[in-house]
Design a protein around this ligand. Structure first.
Ligand code: PRP
Ligand code: URA
Length: 206
C-alpha cells in the first residue's frame, strides 16, 4: 500500500529540493527536514504503553513508546534523511545497507550491511530519498527480512510508479510512504520530473 503525504510544509520543501538551482547546503537541510516531517506522520500509529509518572504535583498515567524504532538508511542518499528523524526519535537504533545501482543494468549491487540486534521486534523504517525501479529498496527489505524484521515501512521522498509496483509485488506486507508519486522513469532510470541524482546533490559529487 502506498501513502503520499501531501502536508503543505512537506510540499513546500519538496519544491525547494526539486529546483535545479538549489545548492548542496539547502538541498541537504530540506531532505533532512522533509524526512522528519514524514516520520512524524508515519509513526502516528506506533503502539504506546501506559506508565505511572510523578509530576511535581502528583502521580498520573502517561504514555511511552512500546516498540523500538530502527532506522535503516540505504547508502549513500538515505543518510541524508537520518538527522531529521533522529532529532525526533533520539533513541532509535540505526543499521546501514550499502547499495548502488549499476549504471547499465540498473540492478542494485550490495557492498555493506550492518543491523542492530533488535530488528526482529522493532518498527523498522527503511530510508532512501528515491524509489526509482525499486530494485535497491526491494533488496534492502529482503536483507532485513532475512534478519527477522517483520514490521518494515519504506520511507522515500520521491517515487515512480514502477518502483511502487516492484515493492508491492516483492513485499506486499511493506507499506510505502512518499512525499510525491511522480510520472515515471526516463531511459536512464531517473525519476521524471524527480530531483536528479539525490546522492550527488547531497554530497556535491557531480
Ligand atoms: C539511488 C537512490 C536509490 C537508488 C534508487 O542510489 O538513492 O538508492 O538509486 O534506484 P532504484 O529504485 O532504481 O534502485 P544510487 O544507486 O545512485 O547510489 P548512491 O546513493 O550511492 O548515489
Ligand atoms: N536515483 C536517484 O538519485 N535519482 C533518480 O531519479 C533515480 C535514482
Amino acid at each position: 500500500m502506498v501513502h503520499v503525504i501531501d502536508h503543505p510544509l512537506i510540499q513546500h520543501k519538496l519544491t525547494l529540493i526539486r529546483d535545479k538551482e538549489t545548492g548542496t547546503k539547502d538541498f541537504r537541510e530540506n531532505i533532512s527536514e522533509i524526512a522528519g516531517l514524514m516520520a512524524y506522520e508515519i509513526t502516528r500509529d506506533v503502539p504506546v504503553n501506559e506508565i505511572r509518572t510523578e509530576t511535581p504535583l502528583r502521580r498520573c498515567m502517561t504514555r511511552v513508546l512500546a516498540v523500538d524504532i530502527v532506522l535503516i538508511p540505504i547508502l549513500r542518499a538515505g543518510l541524508g534523511m537520518m538527522e531529521g528523524i533522529t532529532n525526533l526519535v533520539p533513541t532509535a537504533k540505526v543499521g546501514h545497507v550499502g547499495l548502488y545501482r549499476d549504471h547499465e543494468t540498473l540492478e542494485p549491487i550490495d557492498y555493506y550491511a550492518k543491523f542492530p540486534t533488535n530488528v526482529r521486534n522493532a518498527t523498522v523504517l527503511v530510508l532512501d530519498p528515491m524509489l526509482a525501479t525499486g530494485g535497491s529498496a526491494s533488496a534492502a527489505i529482503a536483507m532485513l527480512k532475512r534478519e527477522g524484521a517483520g514490521n518494515i515501512r519504506l520511507v522515500c521522498i520521491v517515487g515512480a510508479p514502477e518502483g511502487v509496483r516492484r515493492i508491492e509485488n516483492d513485499h506486499p506486507d511493506v507499506e510505502i510512504f512518499l512525499a510525491a508519486l511522480d510520472e515515471g522513469l526516463n531511459d536512464k532510470g531517473y525519476i521524471v520530473p524527480g530531483l536528479g541524482d539525490a546522492g550527488d546533490r547531497l554530497y556535491g559529487t557531480r
